[in-house]
Write a protein that binds this ligand. Sequence first.
Ligand code: NG1
Ligand code: MG
Length: 521
Amino acid sequence: MSGPVPVAKSLADIYPNAALLTEGPRWNALLTTFAQVYGHNASFIARSPGRVNIIGEHIDYSLYSVLPMAITADAIMAVAATPTAEGASTFKVKISNVESSKFPASEFDVPLDGSLEIDATKFEWTNYFKSGLRGALELLRKKHGNGFRACNMEIMVNGTVPVGGGLSSSAAVVSTSALAVMYANGEHVVDKKELTELAIVSERAVGVNSGGMDQAASVFSEQGSALFVSFSPQLEARTVKLPPTNPELCFLIAQSFITANKHVTGPIHYNLRVVEVSFAAVYLNAVLNPPGTELPEDAGPLGISLQGFHDTYFYHANASDYYAAKSLTKEEELEKLIAVTKETLTQEEGYTREEIAKVLNLSVPELESRFMSKIPVRADRFKLRQRALHVFTEALRVLKFYTLLERPLHTGASDTTLFNQELGRIMNDTQESCRVLYENSCPENDDICRIALGAGSYGSRQTGAGWGGCTVHLVSVNKVDDIKSALEREYFSKMRLTDEQKEQAMVVSKPAGGSALYMVN
Ligand code: NG1
Ligand code: MG
Protein backbone atom coordinates (compact mmCIF):
# COMPACT_ATOMS: atom_id res chain seq x y z
CA MET A 1 0.00 0.00 0.00
CA SER A 2 2.85 2.37 -0.68
CA GLY A 3 2.93 5.00 -3.40
CA PRO A 4 3.20 8.77 -3.32
CA VAL A 5 1.77 11.12 -0.70
CA PRO A 6 -1.49 12.34 -2.27
CA VAL A 7 -2.11 15.89 -3.40
CA ALA A 8 -5.54 16.77 -2.03
CA LYS A 9 -7.98 18.61 -4.28
CA SER A 10 -10.17 19.69 -1.41
CA LEU A 11 -10.32 19.28 2.33
CA ALA A 12 -12.98 16.60 1.88
CA ASP A 13 -10.17 14.36 0.61
CA ILE A 14 -8.52 14.64 4.01
CA TYR A 15 -11.11 15.04 6.75
CA PRO A 16 -14.36 13.28 7.64
CA ASN A 17 -17.40 15.42 6.79
CA ALA A 18 -18.09 16.37 10.38
CA ALA A 19 -14.72 18.11 10.63
CA LEU A 20 -14.98 20.26 7.51
CA LEU A 21 -16.84 23.07 9.20
CA THR A 22 -13.94 23.82 11.52
CA GLU A 23 -11.05 22.78 9.28
CA GLY A 24 -11.91 25.11 6.40
CA PRO A 25 -11.62 28.30 8.48
CA ARG A 26 -8.51 26.92 10.18
CA TRP A 27 -6.72 26.37 6.86
CA ASN A 28 -7.75 29.83 5.70
CA ALA A 29 -6.39 31.34 8.91
CA LEU A 30 -3.09 29.53 8.34
CA LEU A 31 -2.75 31.07 4.88
CA THR A 32 -3.80 34.53 6.03
CA THR A 33 -1.34 34.49 8.90
CA PHE A 34 1.39 33.34 6.54
CA ALA A 35 0.72 36.29 4.24
CA GLN A 36 0.63 38.75 7.16
CA VAL A 37 3.91 37.55 8.62
CA TYR A 38 5.94 37.04 5.43
CA GLY A 39 4.32 39.62 3.17
CA HIS A 40 3.41 37.24 0.34
CA ASN A 41 1.46 34.04 -0.21
CA ALA A 42 2.45 30.49 0.61
CA SER A 43 2.72 28.09 -2.28
CA PHE A 44 1.66 24.84 -0.66
CA ILE A 45 0.50 23.22 2.58
CA ALA A 46 1.81 19.96 4.01
CA ARG A 47 -0.26 18.03 6.50
CA SER A 48 0.16 14.95 8.72
CA PRO A 49 -2.19 13.79 11.49
CA GLY A 50 -1.85 12.49 15.02
CA ARG A 51 -3.06 8.99 15.70
CA VAL A 52 -4.84 6.87 18.22
CA ASN A 53 -3.60 3.35 18.68
CA ILE A 54 -6.46 0.88 18.68
CA ILE A 55 -4.38 -2.12 19.64
CA GLY A 56 -0.71 -3.17 19.77
CA GLU A 57 0.87 -1.19 22.59
CA HIS A 58 4.60 -1.01 23.16
CA ILE A 59 5.37 -3.69 20.62
CA ASP A 60 6.33 -1.61 17.59
CA TYR A 61 9.94 -1.31 18.78
CA SER A 62 9.99 -5.09 19.20
CA LEU A 63 8.97 -5.08 15.50
CA TYR A 64 5.54 -6.66 15.96
CA SER A 65 2.50 -5.44 14.01
CA VAL A 66 0.18 -2.78 15.42
CA LEU A 67 -3.26 -1.40 14.51
CA PRO A 68 -3.62 2.39 14.86
CA MET A 69 -5.76 4.93 13.00
CA ALA A 70 -5.15 8.56 12.08
CA ILE A 71 -7.30 11.21 13.74
CA THR A 72 -8.57 14.54 12.50
CA ALA A 73 -6.19 16.53 14.71
CA ASP A 74 -2.97 17.24 12.83
CA ALA A 75 -0.06 19.52 12.05
CA ILE A 76 -0.40 21.76 8.99
CA MET A 77 2.41 23.85 7.54
CA ALA A 78 2.09 26.52 4.88
CA VAL A 79 5.33 26.93 2.98
CA ALA A 80 7.09 29.17 0.47
CA ALA A 81 10.55 28.34 -0.84
CA THR A 82 13.17 30.38 -2.70
CA PRO A 83 16.50 29.25 -4.17
CA THR A 84 19.64 30.02 -2.14
CA ALA A 85 21.89 32.76 -3.51
CA GLU A 86 24.89 31.76 -5.68
CA GLY A 87 27.94 31.29 -3.53
CA ALA A 88 26.04 31.14 -0.22
CA SER A 89 27.20 28.47 2.20
CA THR A 90 23.97 28.34 4.17
CA PHE A 91 20.25 28.50 3.57
CA LYS A 92 17.72 30.25 5.77
CA VAL A 93 14.68 28.88 7.55
CA LYS A 94 12.01 31.15 9.01
CA ILE A 95 9.39 29.36 11.02
CA SER A 96 6.38 30.77 12.87
CA ASN A 97 3.32 29.34 14.54
CA VAL A 98 -0.24 30.65 14.36
CA GLU A 99 -0.21 30.42 18.16
CA SER A 100 2.79 32.70 18.39
CA SER A 101 2.65 33.36 22.10
CA LYS A 102 2.86 29.67 22.94
CA PHE A 103 5.29 28.80 20.16
CA PRO A 104 7.56 31.78 19.42
CA ALA A 105 8.87 32.37 15.91
CA SER A 106 12.40 31.40 15.07
CA GLU A 107 14.97 31.92 12.29
CA PHE A 108 18.10 29.95 11.66
CA ASP A 109 20.76 29.32 9.03
CA VAL A 110 21.54 25.78 7.96
CA PRO A 111 24.88 24.88 6.37
CA LEU A 112 24.33 23.63 2.82
CA ASP A 113 25.98 20.34 3.77
CA GLY A 114 22.94 19.78 5.99
CA SER A 115 24.93 19.59 9.24
CA LEU A 116 22.32 21.04 11.54
CA GLU A 117 22.86 20.88 15.30
CA ILE A 118 19.79 20.05 17.38
CA ASP A 119 20.04 20.46 21.12
CA ALA A 120 17.71 17.70 22.33
CA THR A 121 18.36 18.62 25.97
CA LYS A 122 16.45 21.90 25.48
CA PHE A 123 12.77 21.51 24.91
CA GLU A 124 12.05 23.76 21.95
CA TRP A 125 9.04 23.33 19.72
CA THR A 126 11.17 23.85 16.62
CA ASN A 127 13.31 20.78 17.47
CA TYR A 128 10.73 18.52 15.89
CA PHE A 129 10.79 20.60 12.73
CA LYS A 130 14.58 20.55 12.73
CA SER A 131 14.71 16.79 13.09
CA GLY A 132 12.40 16.34 10.10
CA LEU A 133 14.45 18.90 8.17
CA ARG A 134 17.73 17.16 8.92
CA GLY A 135 16.34 13.76 7.97
CA ALA A 136 14.91 15.11 4.71
CA LEU A 137 18.20 16.82 3.82
CA GLU A 138 20.06 13.55 4.33
CA LEU A 139 17.68 11.79 1.98
CA LEU A 140 17.93 14.59 -0.62
CA ARG A 141 21.72 14.40 -0.54
CA LYS A 142 21.57 10.64 -0.90
CA LYS A 143 19.35 11.06 -3.97
CA HIS A 144 21.05 14.01 -5.65
CA GLY A 145 24.62 13.80 -4.40
CA ASN A 146 26.55 15.89 -1.91
CA GLY A 147 26.40 18.97 -4.11
CA PHE A 148 22.68 19.25 -3.49
CA ARG A 149 21.69 22.84 -2.63
CA ALA A 150 18.61 23.13 -0.45
CA CYS A 151 16.44 26.24 -0.78
CA ASN A 152 15.39 28.88 1.76
CA MET A 153 12.05 28.24 3.41
CA GLU A 154 9.36 30.31 5.10
CA ILE A 155 6.91 28.30 7.14
CA MET A 156 3.73 28.89 9.11
CA VAL A 157 2.64 26.08 11.42
CA ASN A 158 -0.60 25.20 13.15
CA GLY A 159 -1.10 22.08 15.23
CA THR A 160 -4.24 20.67 16.83
CA VAL A 161 -2.85 17.46 18.34
CA PRO A 162 -2.58 18.08 22.09
CA VAL A 163 1.07 18.01 23.16
CA GLY A 164 1.97 15.21 25.59
CA GLY A 165 -1.52 13.77 25.26
CA GLY A 166 -0.66 10.35 23.82
CA LEU A 167 -1.96 11.19 20.34
CA SER A 168 1.46 11.64 18.84
CA SER A 169 1.77 15.31 18.18
CA SER A 170 5.49 14.70 17.70
CA ALA A 171 5.08 12.27 14.81
CA ALA A 172 2.55 14.63 13.21
CA VAL A 173 5.05 17.50 13.31
CA VAL A 174 8.08 15.46 12.24
CA SER A 175 6.25 13.82 9.33
CA THR A 176 4.77 17.13 8.17
CA SER A 177 8.17 18.84 8.42
CA ALA A 178 9.97 16.17 6.44
CA LEU A 179 7.22 16.23 3.80
CA ALA A 180 7.34 20.03 3.58
CA VAL A 181 11.12 20.07 3.14
CA MET A 182 11.05 17.36 0.48
CA TYR A 183 8.35 19.10 -1.56
CA ALA A 184 9.90 22.55 -1.17
CA ASN A 185 13.12 21.12 -2.58
CA GLY A 186 11.55 19.85 -5.76
CA GLU A 187 10.57 16.31 -4.73
CA HIS A 188 7.06 16.51 -6.08
CA VAL A 189 6.51 12.80 -5.73
CA VAL A 190 7.20 11.83 -2.13
CA ASP A 191 7.05 8.10 -1.50
CA LYS A 192 5.06 7.23 1.64
CA LYS A 193 7.40 4.47 2.73
CA GLU A 194 10.46 6.65 2.25
CA LEU A 195 8.80 9.46 4.20
CA THR A 196 7.80 7.15 7.07
CA GLU A 197 11.26 5.61 7.40
CA LEU A 198 12.80 9.04 7.33
CA ALA A 199 10.41 10.32 10.01
CA ILE A 200 11.06 7.32 12.28
CA VAL A 201 14.82 7.83 12.27
CA SER A 202 14.49 11.62 12.53
CA GLU A 203 12.29 11.43 15.59
CA ARG A 204 14.70 9.11 17.37
CA ALA A 205 17.30 11.85 17.04
CA VAL A 206 15.31 14.17 19.30
CA GLY A 207 14.84 11.97 22.27
CA VAL A 208 12.86 8.82 22.47
CA ASN A 209 13.96 5.49 21.05
CA SER A 210 10.53 4.72 19.74
CA GLY A 211 9.19 2.25 17.24
CA GLY A 212 7.58 3.33 13.98
CA MET A 213 3.87 3.09 14.68
CA ASP A 214 3.14 6.80 14.99
CA GLN A 215 4.93 7.84 11.85
CA ALA A 216 3.44 4.97 9.81
CA ALA A 217 -0.08 5.84 11.02
CA SER A 218 0.49 9.50 10.30
CA VAL A 219 1.78 8.98 6.77
CA PHE A 220 -0.12 5.92 5.46
CA SER A 221 -3.63 6.26 6.86
CA GLU A 222 -6.61 6.57 4.57
CA GLN A 223 -9.87 8.21 5.46
CA GLY A 224 -12.43 5.80 6.90
CA SER A 225 -9.95 3.00 7.67
CA ALA A 226 -7.69 1.90 10.46
CA LEU A 227 -4.23 0.67 9.54
CA PHE A 228 -2.49 -2.66 10.08
CA VAL A 229 1.21 -1.85 10.21
CA SER A 230 4.00 -4.45 10.07
CA PHE A 231 7.67 -3.74 10.59
CA SER A 232 9.20 -7.09 9.76
CA PRO A 233 10.62 -8.22 7.39
CA GLN A 234 9.95 -4.67 6.22
CA LEU A 235 7.65 -1.73 6.79
CA GLU A 236 4.23 -2.40 5.32
CA ALA A 237 0.81 -0.86 5.92
CA ARG A 238 -2.61 -2.21 5.01
CA THR A 239 -5.92 -0.44 5.52
CA VAL A 240 -8.58 -2.25 7.51
CA LYS A 241 -12.17 -1.16 7.94
CA LEU A 242 -14.42 -1.52 10.92
CA PRO A 243 -17.33 -3.56 9.61
CA PRO A 244 -20.67 -1.77 9.41
CA THR A 245 -22.74 -2.66 12.45
CA ASN A 246 -26.06 -1.44 13.61
CA PRO A 247 -25.75 0.62 15.77
CA GLU A 248 -22.46 1.80 14.35
CA LEU A 249 -19.24 1.35 16.32
CA CYS A 250 -16.89 4.23 17.02
CA PHE A 251 -13.86 5.12 19.07
CA LEU A 252 -14.18 7.58 21.91
CA ILE A 253 -10.90 9.16 22.93
CA ALA A 254 -10.65 10.50 26.49
CA GLN A 255 -7.67 12.42 27.86
CA SER A 256 -6.44 11.78 31.38
CA PHE A 257 -4.68 15.17 31.57
CA ILE A 258 -1.81 13.43 33.28
CA THR A 259 1.12 14.61 31.20
CA ALA A 260 3.86 12.11 30.61
CA ASN A 261 7.03 13.88 29.56
CA LYS A 262 9.11 11.20 27.92
CA HIS A 263 12.13 13.47 27.76
CA VAL A 264 12.28 13.58 31.52
CA THR A 265 11.02 10.14 32.47
CA GLY A 266 12.57 8.16 29.59
CA PRO A 267 15.31 6.53 31.71
CA ILE A 268 12.78 5.01 34.10
CA HIS A 269 9.84 4.53 31.74
CA TYR A 270 9.86 4.36 27.96
CA ASN A 271 13.55 3.94 27.27
CA LEU A 272 13.87 1.48 30.13
CA ARG A 273 11.23 -0.69 28.46
CA VAL A 274 13.20 -0.55 25.20
CA VAL A 275 16.27 -1.81 27.04
CA GLU A 276 14.31 -4.46 28.95
CA VAL A 277 12.79 -6.02 25.82
CA SER A 278 16.18 -5.92 24.11
CA PHE A 279 17.67 -7.75 27.11
CA ALA A 280 14.83 -10.26 26.94
CA ALA A 281 15.61 -10.89 23.24
CA VAL A 282 19.31 -11.59 23.78
CA TYR A 283 18.70 -13.55 26.97
CA LEU A 284 16.14 -15.85 25.32
CA ASN A 285 18.45 -16.19 22.35
CA ALA A 286 21.38 -17.20 24.58
CA VAL A 287 19.35 -19.79 26.47
CA LEU A 288 17.07 -21.20 23.78
CA ASN A 289 18.93 -20.99 20.47
CA PRO A 290 21.95 -23.11 19.54
CA PRO A 291 25.19 -21.81 21.12
CA GLY A 292 26.81 -19.03 19.10
CA THR A 293 23.54 -17.89 17.45
CA GLU A 294 23.60 -14.13 16.85
CA LEU A 295 20.35 -12.22 16.53
CA PRO A 296 19.98 -10.63 13.11
CA GLU A 297 20.60 -6.90 12.97
CA ASP A 298 17.23 -5.19 12.39
CA ALA A 299 15.29 -1.93 12.70
CA GLY A 300 14.83 -2.18 16.50
CA PRO A 301 16.21 0.84 18.38
CA LEU A 302 19.23 -1.20 19.52
CA GLY A 303 19.55 -3.12 16.27
CA ILE A 304 17.91 -6.29 17.63
CA SER A 305 14.39 -7.20 18.70
CA LEU A 306 12.11 -9.84 20.17
CA GLN A 307 10.82 -10.35 16.63
CA GLY A 308 14.40 -11.14 15.62
CA PHE A 309 14.58 -13.73 18.40
CA HIS A 310 11.19 -15.08 17.30
CA ASP A 311 12.44 -15.61 13.74
CA THR A 312 15.73 -17.29 14.71
CA TYR A 313 13.95 -19.52 17.23
CA PHE A 314 11.60 -20.97 14.65
CA TYR A 315 14.32 -21.07 12.03
CA HIS A 316 16.33 -23.40 14.27
CA ALA A 317 13.25 -25.34 15.30
CA ASN A 318 12.55 -25.75 11.60
CA ALA A 319 16.04 -27.07 11.04
CA SER A 320 15.74 -29.72 13.74
CA ASP A 321 12.07 -30.59 13.46
CA TYR A 322 11.16 -29.13 10.12
CA TYR A 323 7.70 -30.53 9.60
CA ALA A 324 6.49 -29.91 13.12
CA ALA A 325 7.52 -26.27 13.16
CA LYS A 326 6.60 -25.44 9.61
CA SER A 327 2.96 -26.11 10.21
CA LEU A 328 2.63 -23.48 12.96
CA THR A 329 0.57 -20.41 12.23
CA LYS A 330 1.82 -17.02 13.47
CA GLU A 331 -0.66 -17.29 16.34
CA GLU A 332 0.66 -20.73 17.31
CA GLU A 333 4.23 -19.48 17.16
CA LEU A 334 3.37 -16.73 19.60
CA GLU A 335 1.61 -19.19 21.90
CA LYS A 336 4.73 -21.34 21.87
CA LEU A 337 6.90 -18.32 22.68
CA ILE A 338 4.64 -17.42 25.60
CA ALA A 339 5.09 -20.94 26.97
CA VAL A 340 8.89 -21.01 26.58
CA THR A 341 9.21 -17.52 28.08
CA LYS A 342 7.34 -18.67 31.18
CA GLU A 343 9.71 -21.63 31.51
CA THR A 344 12.88 -19.70 30.76
CA LEU A 345 12.46 -16.33 32.43
CA THR A 346 11.30 -17.49 35.82
CA GLN A 347 12.44 -14.58 38.01
CA GLU A 348 9.38 -12.50 38.89
CA GLU A 349 11.59 -10.07 40.80
CA GLY A 350 13.60 -9.21 37.70
CA TYR A 351 17.23 -9.69 36.71
CA THR A 352 20.31 -7.76 37.76
CA ARG A 353 23.00 -6.58 35.32
CA GLU A 354 25.29 -9.29 36.70
CA GLU A 355 22.73 -12.01 36.07
CA ILE A 356 22.08 -10.87 32.50
CA ALA A 357 25.77 -10.36 31.70
CA LYS A 358 26.61 -13.86 32.91
CA VAL A 359 24.11 -15.53 30.59
CA LEU A 360 25.37 -13.45 27.67
CA ASN A 361 28.97 -14.21 28.52
CA LEU A 362 29.78 -10.52 28.85
CA SER A 363 31.24 -8.37 31.62
CA VAL A 364 28.88 -5.84 33.20
CA PRO A 365 30.72 -2.88 31.56
CA GLU A 366 30.44 -4.66 28.20
CA LEU A 367 26.71 -5.16 28.78
CA GLU A 368 26.29 -1.52 29.74
CA SER A 369 28.19 -0.24 26.75
CA ARG A 370 26.25 -2.44 24.31
CA PHE A 371 22.74 -1.75 25.69
CA MET A 372 22.80 1.30 27.89
CA SER A 373 25.18 3.83 26.40
CA LYS A 374 22.95 4.80 23.47
CA ILE A 375 19.88 4.64 25.68
CA PRO A 376 20.67 5.69 29.26
CA VAL A 377 18.34 4.12 31.82
CA ARG A 378 18.08 3.93 35.58
CA ALA A 379 17.25 0.55 37.13
CA ASP A 380 18.79 -2.13 39.31
CA ARG A 381 16.55 -4.91 38.14
CA PHE A 382 15.13 -5.57 34.70
CA LYS A 383 11.80 -7.35 34.48
CA LEU A 384 12.49 -9.52 31.47
CA ARG A 385 9.75 -12.06 32.17
CA GLN A 386 6.89 -9.58 32.47
CA ARG A 387 8.03 -7.41 29.56
CA ALA A 388 8.53 -10.32 27.15
CA LEU A 389 5.19 -11.82 28.17
CA HIS A 390 3.45 -8.53 27.50
CA VAL A 391 5.05 -8.27 24.05
CA PHE A 392 4.21 -11.81 22.94
CA THR A 393 0.65 -11.75 24.31
CA GLU A 394 0.03 -8.30 22.84
CA ALA A 395 1.38 -9.35 19.43
CA LEU A 396 -1.08 -12.24 19.59
CA ARG A 397 -3.96 -9.93 20.54
CA VAL A 398 -3.23 -7.72 17.52
CA LEU A 399 -3.43 -10.73 15.20
CA LYS A 400 -6.70 -11.86 16.78
CA PHE A 401 -8.19 -8.38 16.54
CA TYR A 402 -7.13 -8.03 12.93
CA THR A 403 -8.52 -11.47 12.04
CA LEU A 404 -11.85 -10.54 13.61
CA LEU A 405 -12.04 -7.32 11.61
CA GLU A 406 -11.17 -9.08 8.38
CA ARG A 407 -13.73 -11.83 8.84
CA PRO A 408 -17.06 -10.86 7.31
CA LEU A 409 -19.64 -10.24 9.95
CA HIS A 410 -22.85 -12.20 9.84
CA THR A 411 -25.62 -9.73 10.30
CA GLY A 412 -28.07 -10.29 13.08
CA ALA A 413 -28.19 -8.53 16.38
CA SER A 414 -26.77 -11.28 18.56
CA ASP A 415 -23.81 -11.86 16.23
CA THR A 416 -23.07 -8.18 16.24
CA THR A 417 -23.12 -7.96 20.00
CA LEU A 418 -20.84 -10.97 20.33
CA PHE A 419 -18.49 -9.47 17.79
CA ASN A 420 -18.39 -6.14 19.60
CA GLN A 421 -17.84 -7.86 22.92
CA GLU A 422 -15.02 -9.94 21.50
CA LEU A 423 -13.20 -6.90 20.09
CA GLY A 424 -13.76 -5.10 23.38
CA ARG A 425 -12.48 -8.02 25.43
CA ILE A 426 -9.21 -8.01 23.50
CA MET A 427 -8.78 -4.29 24.21
CA ASN A 428 -9.50 -4.85 27.90
CA ASP A 429 -6.90 -7.61 28.02
CA THR A 430 -4.38 -5.17 26.59
CA GLN A 431 -5.12 -2.71 29.36
CA GLU A 432 -4.67 -5.42 31.97
CA SER A 433 -1.37 -6.48 30.42
CA CYS A 434 -0.15 -2.86 30.36
CA ARG A 435 -1.16 -2.41 33.97
CA VAL A 436 0.29 -5.62 35.35
CA LEU A 437 3.06 -6.82 33.04
CA TYR A 438 4.35 -3.71 31.30
CA GLU A 439 3.57 -1.38 34.20
CA ASN A 440 2.96 1.60 31.95
CA SER A 441 -0.54 2.52 33.06
CA CYS A 442 -1.39 4.91 35.87
CA PRO A 443 -4.26 4.98 38.39
CA GLU A 444 -6.07 7.71 36.44
CA ASN A 445 -6.12 5.72 33.21
CA ASP A 446 -7.26 2.62 35.09
CA ASP A 447 -10.07 4.70 36.60
CA ILE A 448 -11.17 6.14 33.27
CA CYS A 449 -11.34 2.64 31.77
CA ARG A 450 -13.33 1.31 34.72
CA ILE A 451 -15.82 4.19 34.51
CA ALA A 452 -16.29 3.85 30.75
CA LEU A 453 -16.78 0.08 30.94
CA GLY A 454 -19.34 0.61 33.70
CA ALA A 455 -21.25 2.98 31.42
CA GLY A 456 -21.38 0.59 28.47
CA SER A 457 -18.05 0.69 26.63
CA TYR A 458 -17.17 -2.64 24.96
CA GLY A 459 -13.45 -2.19 25.42
CA SER A 460 -11.41 0.47 27.19
CA ARG A 461 -7.70 1.01 27.43
CA GLN A 462 -5.01 3.59 27.50
CA THR A 463 -3.46 4.35 24.14
CA GLY A 464 0.09 5.31 23.27
CA ALA A 465 3.05 5.28 25.58
CA GLY A 466 1.01 5.44 28.80
CA TRP A 467 2.00 6.71 32.25
CA GLY A 468 -0.73 9.26 31.59
CA GLY A 469 -1.82 10.55 28.20
CA CYS A 470 -4.92 9.22 26.64
CA THR A 471 -7.46 6.40 26.59
CA VAL A 472 -9.50 4.84 23.78
CA HIS A 473 -12.92 3.20 24.07
CA LEU A 474 -14.79 1.01 21.62
CA VAL A 475 -18.42 2.07 21.85
CA SER A 476 -21.70 1.95 19.97
CA VAL A 477 -22.72 5.41 18.83
CA ASN A 478 -25.88 5.20 20.91
CA LYS A 479 -23.77 4.80 24.07
CA VAL A 480 -21.43 7.74 23.53
CA ASP A 481 -23.50 10.20 25.56
CA ASP A 482 -23.87 7.85 28.54
CA ILE A 483 -20.17 7.20 28.65
CA LYS A 484 -19.30 10.86 28.26
CA SER A 485 -21.56 11.87 31.12
CA ALA A 486 -20.21 9.12 33.37
CA LEU A 487 -16.65 10.27 32.70
CA GLU A 488 -17.62 13.88 33.20
CA ARG A 489 -19.31 13.11 36.51
CA GLU A 490 -16.79 10.67 37.93
CA TYR A 491 -13.49 11.91 36.49
CA PHE A 492 -13.33 15.29 34.77
CA SER A 493 -15.52 17.21 37.21
CA LYS A 494 -12.92 16.48 39.88
CA MET A 495 -10.18 18.22 37.91
CA ARG A 496 -9.60 21.91 37.32
CA LEU A 497 -9.64 22.12 33.56
CA THR A 498 -9.17 25.11 31.29
CA ASP A 499 -11.78 25.74 28.60
CA GLU A 500 -9.37 24.42 26.00
CA GLN A 501 -8.87 21.22 28.02
CA LYS A 502 -12.61 20.80 28.46
CA GLU A 503 -12.96 20.89 24.71
CA GLN A 504 -10.24 18.29 24.20
CA ALA A 505 -11.28 16.04 27.08
CA MET A 506 -13.43 13.64 25.05
CA VAL A 507 -13.75 13.33 21.31
CA VAL A 508 -15.23 10.77 19.00
CA SER A 509 -12.82 10.43 16.14
CA LYS A 510 -13.56 8.89 12.78
CA PRO A 511 -10.50 7.56 10.94
CA ALA A 512 -8.98 10.49 9.03
CA GLY A 513 -6.60 10.47 6.08
CA GLY A 514 -2.80 10.46 6.44
CA SER A 515 -0.12 12.79 5.10
CA ALA A 516 -1.20 15.01 2.25
CA LEU A 517 -0.11 18.01 0.21
CA TYR A 518 -2.33 20.83 -0.92
CA MET A 519 -1.41 23.36 -3.57
CA VAL A 520 -2.33 26.97 -2.88
CA ASN A 521 -4.18 28.79 -5.75
P1 NG1 B 1 3.30 8.06 22.01
O1 NG1 B 1 4.08 8.40 23.21
O2 NG1 B 1 1.88 7.82 22.32
O3 NG1 B 1 3.52 9.05 20.91
C1 NG1 B 1 4.99 5.99 21.89
C2 NG1 B 1 5.92 5.68 20.74
C3 NG1 B 1 5.35 4.62 19.79
C4 NG1 B 1 4.88 3.40 20.55
C5 NG1 B 1 3.96 3.84 21.71
C6 NG1 B 1 3.55 2.69 22.59
C7 NG1 B 1 7.07 7.82 20.29
C8 NG1 B 1 7.31 8.85 19.30
N1 NG1 B 1 6.20 6.87 19.96
O4 NG1 B 1 3.87 6.68 21.41
O5 NG1 B 1 6.32 4.28 18.83
O6 NG1 B 1 5.97 2.64 21.03
O7 NG1 B 1 4.59 4.80 22.54
O8 NG1 B 1 2.87 1.72 21.88
O9 NG1 B 1 7.68 7.81 21.33
MG1 MG C 1 5.16 11.23 20.53
